[in-house]
Write a protein that binds this ligand. Structure first.
Ligand code: NAP
Length: 492
């Protein structure tokens, strides 16, 4: 097989920066690069901007971070000119929003859509990256920004016989974009009960004749924080977006600061029950108590949520299976839905508990567990992602001395502040492994890390201009002016 990785050779760079991916980070990276005076090109596998929100177009897809926070704040006019319809926006609205921002920033003409980056190779002598694409292009650049997100590499289901199934197969993480998926009147099996499964299952149940949910691990399921936007709150955001932006950056979760509840330890029984009920009704269980992370408070929250979940499911066996007994509240990210649990009260929806009766294999016409064969017309895989490292490891990246990124990360990701990897110069990873990424509001983080990336690029440019480090766009830059110390270098 020919080696896809190619060197820049004697070629001059085609542009300063290549940005891969056109989600939250990619759109902002393209805009920032151009604003700071760099020539830039973008590549995106999808046919439009959106990234994760482009691909995860499954029925019911919705954000569980509030729209007051889950948005760009870099531009006042963008904040003022976009109206969210719901506090927890649905996928089509988020995709439209990202398209609106990309148009407003005029970055779409910079992007080559429907094009995957198949390899990226660093030429050490030239100090340049060569980026190869599925369209057959080889683009030589000085800086490479992989804005490929944390949840963009679907997880292949490790189930025997998955390719044997002759019915329709869909992944929530790659829902078809070129046609309407019609599940009406069909027998649908859903594998996976994480956030995606929990959101998709009630929508599928609206049209399918039969829904069988294959659950391996039960999850906490909470009411959503959705509803109409508060006009006073929106007005406040629009008054001084830059102050809001600074506040979110200073906040641990990258959201608008959230008021913590009272201290569990200081409340009597009635006060605790009242606080729990208010947090449940208000959709803020995670912050129900100031000391929610301490065992006593966490146990109270866990028990309260289990009870609330249990009472919404009529069949006792299903209720018992659907409640997560094996981990504490917050031990895994809770799912959010106002309709998921009640879906099991419909006669055409049932649960298969894989811990009791595991899947043995997928066959031509359905799924066989240790207890039964379930005939199906459709299987929906809500089986998640090869998260965080997967998108980068799958990209065929070669750095100094031909080092392969996938090998360097074979035992786990190693990088600096989640953005740079030793041995892969001038390559940047906003929103990737080891950054706050999914522990934080991805929209805030995307802006913050892209700013950091381009501050670094600016600094590299400044040092090259001063002769402090070798220029990256020539094969030989002549004698360098060495700096005695890093601080001397900063002074140039
Ligand atoms: P996920 O959380 O990884 O859930 C995958 C599900 O598939 C789990 O229930 C898992 O079971 C199951 N699964 C995987 N392989 C399986 C197998 N071979 N057999 C049976 N079951 C299998 O994926 P996701 O739901 O797509 O969510 C991914 C991330 O995106 C999460 O961080 C989530 O919070 C986020 N997300 C957020 C939103 C939102 O903002 N509302 C919406 C969707 C997703 P086990 O648990 O037993 O492995």
């Amino acid at each position: 097989m020919p080696d896809e990785n190619v060197n820049a050779g004697n070629r001059a760079p085609d542009c300063d920066v290549v940005v891969v991916g056109a989600g939250f980070a990619g759109i902002y990276a393209l805009w920032t690069a151009r604003k700071r005076g760099y020539s830039v090109r973008g590549f995106e596998a999808g046919s439009d901007v959106g990234g994760t929100w482009y691909w995860n177009a499954y029925p019911g897809a919705r954000c569980d971070v509030d729209s007051y926070s889950y948005a760009y704040f870099f531009d006042n006019e963008v904040v003022r000119d976009w109206d969210w319809s719901d506090i927890c926006a649905r996928q089509p609205e988020i995709q439209n929003y990202l398209s609106f921002v990309a148009d407003r920033c005029d970055v779409k003409p910079l992007i080559t859509f429907d094009t995957r980056v198949t390899a990226s190779t660093y030429d050490e002598s030239a100090g340049l990256w060569t980026v190869s694409t599925s369209g057959g292009e080889e683009v030589v650049c000085r800086y490479l920004v992989l804005a490929v997100g944390a949840l963009s590499e679907p997880k292949a289901p490790d189930i025997e016989g998955v390719d044997d199934f002759q019915g329709e197969k869909y992944f929530t993480s790659m829902w078809p974009k070129d046609r309407e998926v019609d599940l009406s009147g069909k027998r649908v099996g859903v594998i996976g009960t994480g956030s995606s499964g929990v959101q998709a299952i009630p929508e599928i149940a609206k049209v399918a004749s039969e829904v069988v949910v294959f659950q391996r691990t039960a999850n906490f399921v909470m009411p959503t924080c959705g509803g109409p936007m508060d006009p006073d709150h929106v007005a406040m955001l629009r008054e001084d977006p830059q102050a809001i932006r600074e506040g979110m950056r200073a906040n641990y979760g990258g959201t608008r600061p959230i008021a913590m509840g009272p201290r569990f330890a200081e409340l009597d029984e009635a006060g605790r029950e009242k606080a729990l009920q208010e947090a449940w009704d208000g959709g803020y269980m995670m912050t129900a108590f100031y000391d929610a992370h301490l065992p006593e408070a966490n146990e109270a929250i866990s028990e309260f949520v289990r009870k609330r979940m249990h009472e919404q499911v009529e069949d006792p066996w299903t209720a018992n299976q659907i409640v997560p007994w094996d981990h504490p509240y917050g031990g895994k990210r809770p799912c959010m839905s106002d309709v998921y649990l009640q879906t099991y009260n419909q006669p055409h929806v049932r649960l298969v508990a894989l811990k009791e009766t595991p899947i043995e294999r997928i066959t031509v016409d359905g799924i066989t567990t240790s207890a039964e064969h379930v005939p199906l017309d459709v299987i929906v895989f809500a089986t998640g992602f090869d998260a965080l490292t997967g998108p980068v490891r799958s990209m065929n990246i070669k750095g100094i001395g031909g080092a392969v990124m996938a090998d360097v990360w074979a035992d786990g990701p190693v990088n600096y502040l989640g953005t740079m990897v030793h041995g892969f110069p001038n390559l940047f990873l906003p929103s990737s492994a080891m950054s706050p990424s999914v522990l934080s509001n991805m929209a805030t983080l995307a802006e913050q890390q892209v700013d950091f990336v381009f501050d670094t690029v600016d600094e590299l440019e400044r040092r090259q201009a001063s002769g402090c480090i070798r220029s990256m766009n020539r094969r030989s830059s002549g004698p360098r002016k060495p700096c005695a110390t890093p601080s001397a270098c900063r002074g140039h």
